[in-house]
Design a protein around this ligand. Structure first.
Ligand code: FES
Length: 105
């Protein structure tokens, strides 16, 4: 369901444990919900290095490490934090509405 301001319900908050993740489809797009330090982030499930999925990457201190070649990204703004990736990944705004994570594409 889309709100007037463009946020779409993505998943129950309880489905994403702290330092965990969950892959969801939002508006037909593969979005990886990540939770770290009790903040929830939404990123495109695609690494900027070799375009492999980021799902399964280790999450720690608001970063995710790509499970393929080890690039680390800042979950807050998508920036690449070192080789082999140099370009940012796409991030989406999130908010919590009751017990639901909402994402704006
Ligand atoms: S595909 Fe992610 S580091 Fe290479």
């Amino acid at each position: 369901m889309t709100d007037l301001d463009g946020f779409i319900a993505a998943a129950p908050l309880a489905d994403v444990p702290d330092e965990g993740q969950r892959l969801v489809s939002v508006g037909g797009r593969a979005v990886l919900l990540c939770r770290s330090e009790n903040q929830v982030f939404a990123i495109e499930n695609r690494c900027s290095h070799d375009f492999e999925p980021l799902q399964g990457g280790r999450i720690r201190k608001c970063t995710i490490v790509c499970p393929h070649h080890g690039a680390r990204f800042n979950l807050k703004n998508g920036s690449a934090m070192g080789p082999p990736a140099f370009a940012a990944i796409r991030t989406f705004p999130t908010r919590i509405a009751g017990d639901t994570i909402e994402v704006k594409l």
